[in-house]
Design a protein around this ligand. Sequence first.
Ligand code: TYM
Length: 340
Amino acid sequence: MADAAHTRRVFSGIKPSGGLTMGNYLGAIKRFVEMQNADYQSIYCVVDMHAITVWQEPDDLRHATRELVAAYIASGIDPDKSILFNQSQVSAHAELGWVFNCVARVGWMNRMTQFKDKAGKNAEAVSLGLYAYPSLMAADILIYHATHVPVGEDQKQHVELTRDIAAKFNHDFKVPDFFPQPEPIIDGPATRVMNLRDGTKKMSKSGQSDMERINMTDDAALIAKKFKKAKSDAEPLPETLAGLAGRPEAKNLVEIYAALSDTTPEAVIAEFAGAQWGRFKPALADLAVAKLEPISLEMARLMQDPAEIDRILAKGADKANAIAQPILDKTYDIVGFVRH
Ligand code: TYM
């Protein structure tokens, strides 16, 4: 069982909370498409159960769920090649999540930097779900015996925790190979896309100003405006990559250019060595519009037919369940639950 199940299976997920940013696209979705088109079985999820760890208006959650499916498809995820579904519809995620709540240690959760950042000074008032979140994320991955997990840099610690949970489960129940050790796949030039107004902060859905991020629903004029107004610095672009050190905004814009044009920061520097921002920023704005506008237009088109999106999700959930349920059954047998 283990061998067949452990070969090159990709799992990743995105939260339908608020809109999607170019950070999600370059750091995650674009790379999901590449892995789908390589020799991987790929499973991509809209993690709606993770979204509700912070308050979501029910209508907004429904909208964001469908819009994320539209973004996946508009970016090149093919629901006939990849399994595309929403997490709440495959109950094995929540069921394995509970088992993992009993495997993971409180001390491990206390080390999660994302929880500390999100909870801030308010740790007593946030939901219990936000605290337990990484253990559900481990279940998302391991319920498929997934081996590869493409994510942005900010999710690395959660995938490492997933490995610890897998190892402890296998050890405690004396099933050395049952859960695989999934690999975080964090590569390419855009594993941490930064805010366009402050190159030391991550681009996120929740930042204060809309000008600091590119939303996947922004139109061409707005995308161009945001890049033209993006913060830069007083120097021209350097002659070498090393010259970007200590220049967070310049480094970020070069990395975004590299990711959008499927090249490397080295190649971008070679092309624009010594260029002034007055030349580089319009080139970046044009490139971003050329790459992102077709996606936002296609998303809008797909969103006109929500029933079709729901049909895609239903089919995806059936396929996901067909893989997840036997692994859950086996897990329950290992744990000692009496099954009927
Ligand atoms: P989420 O929804 O916050 O982000 C989805 C994906 O986008 C990446 N990302 C970025 N990459 C580069 N630059 C940025 N500025 C940027 N912002 C976001 C994230 O790293 C992520 O890959 N916990 C996860 C969702 C999740 C999951 C999983 C992922 C739940 N279960 C199982 C993988 C496997 C999250 O909140 O991602």
